[in-house]
Design a protein. Structure first.
Length: 124
């Protein structure tokens, strides 16, 4: 998928998952979800490779399952940057805890895989 398509898909998924799991994950609106998608994409480029390198031994021992924890940490970092970095006082993008972020990361990964496969199919 192209960059803006992925950002738009993540924006829609953030809204959908926050409606699906209202006690675990909260997004204030579409603009906040869009900002969070952009921040997440920047963090995925800058921070995630470093976390993968540092956590390679435990990822190897858990047969790759620790990657879900890394994705949850990336979502928690996104919520910190979006909620604290905003100039608006009532911007809310957050999780009830790291476990909720890991659950959202799992759902987001599955949905992105399914949607990404639909976009990557060649049309004849």
């Amino acid at each position: 998928m192209r960059y803006w398509t992925r950002v738009l898909v993540n924006t829609i998924l953030f809204i959908a998952i926050s409606g699906l799991l209202p006690g675990l994950f909260h997004v204030d609106g579409i603009l906040v979800a869009f900002m969070a998608s952009i921040v997440l994409s920047i963090l995925n480029v800058l921070v995630k490779p470093i976390l993968h390198i540092l956590s390679f031994p435990i990822t190897f021992l858990t047969l790759g399952l620790f990657s879900l924890v890394i994705n949850g940490i990336m979502l928690e970092l996104t919520s910190i940057f979006v909620s604290s970095g905003s100039t608006f006082p009532n911007v809310t993008f957050g999780f009830s805890g790291l476990g909720a972020a890991i659950v959202v990361a799992f759902i987001l990964s599955i949905a992105n895989t399914i949607i990404g496969n639909q976009f990557s199919r060649e049309r004849y």
